[in-house]
Design a protein around this ligand. Structure first.
Ligand code: NAP
Length: 303
């Protein structure tokens, strides 16, 4: 056991998965949870997601030695203001938000000195949300990035690392700006591109909806899975990682124009060279154990 009492604020995919994985490895004496809506709190009780569900976030954090903010990035500040006066002496506060610099700017100013704030971000997710969507294996062999502040409490950071490793994750540390740039490349912009492609298909009236659905396995289906992700979460990601996503989208647009030109001018060599380079990246991801090379992405074989 690493923590006596863990409090989850927000009970969706990430908190739910953390609660299941915490139990799996017996990492906490007690798991307390709360969510904004009564409906979510009732579902959490029904499925026994936590040992105790409270009506308010202030009650949830009482006596907790780890508090995890699992709400959308845009809601972090309001939640922090509510819980700050109730945080136990010496407790660790962390979050799972997909953006780090904006969350630190929103949360840190409201915290009392006796709280160890160590931001975090598990690089694992699905397109599902809500308290029923969590599962214990979500973080297994996936990376979690921790962003311990300079000069912060080393023991608190070591415990949080141990906790995430107990949940099944590999742990790396980064500074917030670098995290936001890396994630703009690996997650945020790919999501925006998927949203755009699905939007284009939806707008294209010469191709019927039934054709799009029937023939989707040709590649489009993988875009639709990503584009089905939670709208609130993703709105907040782009509003709060503006600089890095705009930087990467600028580069993306330049590359897209270059490929568009190669198609127009019939420059097969350029297209072939480009696709050869990108194929090697896929190989690297599989070799790093971050995806499967089973046919059809291992569909049917695993979740
Ligand atoms: P989720 O399944 O949609 O759950 C979000 C939770 O936050 C719900 O309990 C919801 O309460 C609560 N909430 C929503 N808006 C709120 C507000 N304005 N004030 C207070 N509570 C609010 O979301 P999730 O996927 O677990 O994501 C949670 C966090 O993890 C986000 O910051 C996201 O960036 C990050 N993250 C997500 C993924 C992913 O793939 N999903 C991956 C890594 C990190 P109600 O149910 O009562 O509405």
């Amino acid at each position: 056991m690493i923590y006596q009492r863990i409090a989850f604020i927000g009970l969706g995919l990430i908190a739910g998965s953390m609660a299941h994985a915490t139990r799996r490895a017996d990492l906490a004496g007690e798991i307390v949870g709360t969510a904004r809506s009564e409906q979510t709190r009732e579902i959490a009780k029904e499925i026994n997601l936590c040992d105790r569900i409270t009506d308010t976030a202030a009650e949830a954090v009482e006596g907790a030695d780890l508090v995890v903010l699992c709400v959308p990035v845009g809601a972090m500040e309001a939640v922090t203001k509510e819980i700050a006066p109730h945080l136990a002496e010496g407790c660790t506060l962390t979050d799972v938000g997909s953006v780090k610099k904006a969350v630190i700017d929103a949360v840190a100013p409201h915290l009392p000195d006796h709280v160890h704030f160590i931001p975090g971000h598990p690089l694992a997710g699905t397109e599902h949300s809500g308290p029923r969507s969590g599962f214990a294996e979500l973080f297994d062999k996936r990376f979690t990035i921790l962003v311990p502040p300079e000069g912060g409490n080393a023991q608190a950071a070591a415990n949080l690392r141990k906790y995430w490793e107990g949940l099944g994750a590999y742990v790396d540390e980064m500074d917030p700006e670098h995290h936001d740039l890396v994630l703009a490349v690996t997650s945020h912009c790919p999501h925006l591109i998927a949203y755009t492609m699905v939007g284009v298909a939806d707008d294209l009236r010469r191709v019927t909806d039934s054709e799009v659905i029937k023939y989707s396995a040709a590649g489009f289906r993988d875009f639709t899975r990503i584009a089905a992700s939670d709208p609130t979460m993703w709105r907040d990601v782009f509003l709060n990682n503006k600089e890095a996503t705009l930087e990467i989208l600028g580069r993306f647009t330049e590359e897209l124009f270059a490929l568009q030109r190669a198609i127009r001018t019939g420059d097969g060599e350029q297209l072939h060279d480009y696709f050869t380079r990108t194929r090697a990246i896929r190989r690297g991801i599989i070799e790093a154990g971050q995806d499967t090379d089973a046919p059809d992405f291992g569909r049917g074989a695993k979740r």
